[in-house]
Design a protein around this ligand. Structure first.
Ligand SMILES: [Zn+2]
Ligand SMILES: [Zn+2]
Length: 222
């Protein structure tokens, strides 16, 4: 058996559970990612006893009510994984997270990836959020993103106050839209996208995000 992620051969111990498994990932690769334990019920950030985190309290105070199901901790190995997937173009890595993504699937939902701007899509060649969304369920390109400076190049202040870059392309017929993104850092991107959908008349919006940052100091105070 070869690992889907690193391609190295490895021995698979036999058990009824392994017979049913479709995507084989070796233990070294599996250890690269740390699933988030019960934390903030609105974004997955680790908090004591599942209390709503201070970031979410601030978003709620702004009238922005969005629940984000975050799957993995954005720790050092999570960041390495994402760098390899997103900037290295190693799309096969997504197989590793496929099962976790699938488990979030809900009925009568359209999964809408956070779009890249046209320019960004030309240079990256794929939308990392779209690949993830397709692993969960039906997807549609509902939002369009206008070009803004990369978040990585923006300071905290600029990031917080920049104009909403999202517009609605076409709305699908569905009960609910679930936004899909790769990493939740300040939450600005997902909240702006959700706000755009709500203003266009979508009543039920939530989100699935592969990673949630853990470091409090990186968060955006509002
Ligand atoms: Zn491996
Ligand atoms: Zn939270």
């Amino acid at each position: 058996m070869n690992c889907l992620v690193c391609r190295k051969p490895f021995a698979v111990p036999w058990s009824p559970a392994t017979l049913l498994k479709r995507d084989w990932v070796c233990t070294d690769c599996e250890r690269m990612l740390t699933p988030l334990k019960a934390g903030c019920p609105r974004c997955g950030h680790p908090t004591a006893d599942g209390v709503t985190c201070s970031d979410c309290v601030r978003w709620l105070a702004l009238g922005l009510d969005l629940t984000v199901h975050s799957l993995y901790a954005y720790d050092e190995s999570g960041a390495n994984w994402l760098h390899r997937y997103k900037f290295g173009g190693d799309v096969a890595l997504a197989h590793q997270v496929q099962e976790m993504l699938r488990q979030t699937r809900e009925p009568r939902v359209m999964y809408v990836p956070i779009p890249l701007s046209e320019e960004r899509l030309r240079t990256r060649r794929f939308n990392q959020a779209e690949v993830l969304a397709k692993m969960i369920g039906p997807t549609k390109q509902v939002l369009v993103k206008s070009e803004v400076s990369s978040q990585r190049e923006l300071g905290k202040e600029e990031r917080r106050h920049r104009a909403n870059p999202f517009t609605v392309h076409t709305l699908p017929h569905c009960d609910k839209i679930v936004l899909v993104d790769d990493v939740y850092t300040t939450g600005t991107t997902l909240h702006q996208a959700a706000l755009t959908l709500r203003r266009a008349g979508v009543e039920q919006v939530s989100a699935v995000c592969l990673f949630r940052t853990l470091n409090k100091s990186k968060m955006c105070p509002i």
